[in-house]
Design a protein around this ligand. Structure first.
Ligand code: AMP
Length: 218
């Protein structure tokens, strides 16, 4: 299964990708997570990427394409992968196609998460992330039992720099300008399936399964 999760920031791609990748037994390749890890470790890549990420801009294509190429070369991606947050523009989609061509494989499906802008802003600005395990909670819809503390592991919760209101608005504009054209790109290749990204997490997960079931028995 080679699947891309496409959609605006805050659409729930990461949450769904974590569950589905585990069930399918394929790696979740999340460029945002890989970049945040590099930022936390203060590597050269991380220091460069941080300048873009903090203001909600896209990190240069050659950087993220290089990261994804490395991940696809890993033995763990041989039997499939779930790409989350990549590609984010047409140049990245073309690079992905070329990388997969080199491996003699192709994408099976692109799932597009549909969520209204008002809901995205609400989700992103209220989102809190655990520094230790990466789990997310929401100040209003899934508040932690103890304020500022992760329910899962007891780690400290923080707000991502790019989840502040101004950066969120900027990320949504970048999405419309850079990423939304990928809908036509993948529709034209017969790969795109829209999924309603609002409502209970379990219902969203079920619609994704229904979409993929035609490709692989559950
Ligand atoms: P995400 O966790 O997917 O929302 O990504 C957080 C930030 O990482 C984005 O706002 C970008 O600055 C950067 N980023 C993640 N994926 C990409 C990508 N495919 N291309 C460029 N920048 C990316």
């Amino acid at each position: 299964m080679r699947v891309v999760f496409l959609g605006p920031p805050g659409a729930g791609k990461g949450t769904q990708a974590r569950g589905l990748a585990a069930e399918l037994g394929v790696p979740q390749i999340a460029t945002g997570d890989i970049l945040r890890e590099a930022v936390a470790k203060q590597t050269r890549l991380g220091l460069e990427a941080k300048r873009y990420m903090d203001r909600g801009a896209l990190v240069p294509d050659e950087v993220v394409i290089g990261l994804v190429a490395e991940q696809l070369d890993h033995g763990t991606a041989q039997n499939g992968f779930l790409l989350d947050g990549f590609p984010r523009n047409v140049a990245q989609a073309e690079a992905l196609e070329a990388l997969l061509d080199d491996h003699g494989v192709a994408l099976d499906r692109v799932i597009f998460f549909e969520v209204s802008e008002a809901e995205l802003v609400r989700r992103l600005t209220g989102r809190r992330v655990c520094r230790r395990c990466g789990a997310t909670s929401h100040l209003v819809s899934s508040p932690p039992t103890v304020a500022g503390t992760c329910d899962r592991c007891g780690g400290e919760l923080y707000q991502r720099e790019d989840d502040g209101e101004a950066a969120v608005r900027h990320r949504l504009r970048v999405y419309e300008r850079e990423t939304a054209p990928l809908l036509d790109y993948y529709r034209g290749r017969g790969l795109l399936t829209p999924v309603k990204g609002e409502g209970p997490m379990e219902a969203v997960a079920e619609s994704i399964w229904v979409t993929l079931e035609g490709k692989e028995a559950r």
